[in-house]
Write a protein that binds this ligand. Sequence first.
Ligand SMILES: NC(=O)c1ccc[n+]([C@@H]2O[C@H](COP(=O)([O-])OP(=O)(O)OC[C@H]3O[C@@H](n4cnc5c(N)ncnc54)[C@H](O)[C@@H]3O)[C@@H](O)[C@H]2O)c1
Length: 442
Amino acid sequence: MGDRYLGLVNSPIGSAVASRFGLPRPVVLRRHEPDAPLLPGPVLLGAATGGVAPRLAELLSAAGADVATADAEGGAWGALVLDATDVSTPEQLAGVRTFLAGRLRGLLPCGRVLVLAKPPDGTDITIDASRQAIDGIVRSLAKELQRGATANLLLVEDEASLESALRFFLSGKSAYVDGQPLRLGTGLAPAPADWELPLAGKTALVTGAARGIGAAISAVLARDGARVIVADLPQAGETLAAVANRIGGTTLHLDVASPAAPERLLDYLAAHTDGLDVLIHNAGITRDKRLANMKPEPWDAVIGVNLTSQLRINAALLDSDQLRDRARVVCLSSTTGVSGNRGQTNYGATKAGVIGLVRSSAPRFAAHGNSTINAIAPGFIDTEMTAKMPMATREVARRLSSLQQAGLPIDVAEAVAWLSSPGAGGVNGQVLRVCGQNLVGA
Ligand SMILES: NC(=O)c1ccc[n+]([C@@H]2O[C@H](COP(=O)([O-])OP(=O)(O)OC[C@H]3O[C@@H](n4cnc5c(N)ncnc54)[C@H](O)[C@@H]3O)[C@@H](O)[C@H]2O)c1
């Protein structure tokens, strides 16, 4: 299942051969390590139109970054952070070029470009066009960056979640998030007492936790301090127990597609917990066939597991007294739900449906004691699900992203854990892609 090409191309001979024949040269990405520095080098902080918000420098320093300002010369940069929140005319976009152009060559491997802008808000056409233009710059730049570096855009409507967003997007936790905009809105987003344990004291439940992405999410939530209930089909028995043992969690046999699932879940929570703080809707299946050949069974099965289950369980939780205030719900979507995929009309329906669910339920969750609901849309992730693909298709799919490699379950898990944390309370109703900037589709 592992990516042999990635290993080969990072050996001295493989690297020389790849370079000689113009083959893709993915690098081993920088991922989170406990006690590792936030970045591989200092942050250069600049502004597109003048002054940087002073709070930005403070937050970066508090996160452990060594911050230099835009008049610093030369240098090898761990990150280039640009405050473009004041951009309101097409002419001011030149400030983005001025700050970045000469400095990109100094960006270290697996460095970060992070641009902050205001989201278009419909009040002025020129301002909105100029703000939207920044999205085009960042997406295009992400396609140009090399050696594992990424570029992302924070659309800062409100600063509540800025601190935790900076820590996520600059760190190795966002290794496979590339070319993405994310809106930071209003909400209660308290800084945790300990940034290494943001989920201390929280109870989390992960569906489909016996393997793959669900097992990785469970491990990361436990690492971040949560008590984790790992749920999966009864037939996942021993593998599920092994996951629970590894992370000190508890197991729950739950077929999320069963009409009885919401009641079973509520009964379990009432008997064994003080309520749920974090719910991860991860269970998912594929039953691929082109629509012309699609029979009712695979259609219904995929809709039932991937979408209806989430709708039913959310509705039951919101109507119960088992969902605590400031709860976090994260739903697994897919880039297939954004761009579609041949042979996956059923799966695409559910993963797009999850995006609709998240957007539409956000106000309802906000009204439930400042809770949030968001979606993660993974791209191509190396798991048992994708191991079933034909080898040639899998190998091509792995290279078709700006980072020229598949993501790992841990990459999805880190993004899920961030959205589950108290500090992400200003992110609600959003979809974050963890796809290395898929080159195919949207
Ligand atoms: N792997 C990828 O590249 C990828 C890409 C995009 C989205 N996703 C999504 O991420 C999630 C996890 O994917 P994965 O690759 O780890 O899948 P996987 O097939 O490896 O694991 C899915 C888990 O869900 C469980 N499950 C299936 N039906 C269930 C049900 N009715 N009730 C409870 N549990 C059930 C399975 O037993 C299994 O443990 C899915 O929602 C998937 O659609 C995966």
